[in-house]
Ligand binder design. Sequence first.
Ligand SMILES: [Zn+2]
Length: 498
Amino acid sequence: MKKIALLCLCISFLANAYTQTDLPELNLLKSELEAHMRFLASDELQGRRTGEAGIEIAARYIASQWQALGVQAANDGSYMQAVDLQEVNPMEEATFTWNKTDFTQGNNLMMLTGDDLNVDTKAVFANHGWVDKAAGINDYDGLDVEGKIVVTLSGKADDNSPMATFTSIRAKRDFAKEHGAIAVIEVFKMNPSFWKRAVGYFSKSRLEIATPEGGAAYGWVLPSDSGIAKDLKAGKKKKVSLKTGKAQITKIPADNIVGIIEGSDPALKEEYVLLSAHYDHVGTGKKGGGAFTAQDSIFNGARDNAIGTVALLAASKVFSQTPPKRSVILLACTAEEVGLLGSRYYADNPLVPLKQTIFNLNCDGGGYNDTGAVAVIGLDRVGAKQEILDGAAAFDLKVIGDPAPEQGLFDRSDNVSFASKGIPAPNFAPGMSDFNEEIMKYYHQVADNPDTIDYDYLHKFCQAYVHTARLIANKDKLPFWATGDKYEAAGKALYNKE
Ligand SMILES: [Zn+2]
């Protein structure tokens, strides 16, 4: 024991000696970053599609790099955090009958999941079907839903955006099941053209975080085709029936990879900066979903998101040698391309308490068309603007804020899984000034391969990412959301702030 204690003392002495230097002299070679890129985005990894062999090789590669660097494994001695996913093929046929009106699957009804049912029962209206005791919300209060079908409004009271609708499905099924209901039918409060797109998307097989067997069936109805909304408001009780087939569910293995580097300052090392990047992509051929040719059917995902993964590996190397004051969590996320599932799983099952996680710097991008810049989505929102500007400027890069506000990019990558929990979480991306042809040439295309990468830029970009992360991890004042930001309230709740 003593020997170990002495060794630890020596190591921490050395680590402290290293952190004396504040200059961005990062020990990162262009050649080593190129080597990571050429491995992760190689044809042999087959586009790193979640559930396939290629992504498991990528996972092993990342974990092996961390092991060689001496990064701590975050999950009880393992770098792997199993993310249990399932592939769901929705039922082809289903009918929900309300007041003699039939709603049929794929037309004005979209049952997403559940066992086969053939029931005549009562419908009970339960507002948004939401329960949040801390916020004083219980839409089931005083309702008897045992053996019945719960009809709800989609989304939540304060947010009926598509994202809120899609991300609350699981919780709503759980609330319904806890109260004894057999199914949840949501009145889909979005415009009809969006309904068509949603039905198109959800009629195909999809991946989701695995649910316990026997949960409540779940689906949407299109309100414009019925008097449902009117009847509900009037408090009318209706007899309903629901007949559905069974959704086909297959378990899919997947892993987040999580490592920890302890901070150098004893007073700050219980605080963590979470560095994240997704390492999955969309696979090959038809499964990739984009255009491919007989000569090339592999979506290598060099930009999306081997670049981010390489930046994460760069951070792991630099910080394992010279840790910043605060500790760092390194998180390589699985299953981003199929709905941000890996990051959401980590946010719901964190390996370090979320309230100790003071910031997330996610690294993900759709490509670049400005090699004089980085793009940081959320630049003005997360309380670390100066550190981001300085981190980029140290490598002669300027910072583009949000290049395409109309695209809602902030809420389209893994950072939103953490932002919605209250953690300030921008997305640090390669320089993109707008969505032009240069971006679309590579974005989710087979051309996004390692031969088309500007390695001088990759070198600069990764150094800027690492240096920015260090400035934030060493920052005196804790970063926090801008006043009035939509995630500010979640942040106050997470960190017990007034
Ligand atoms: Zn991506």
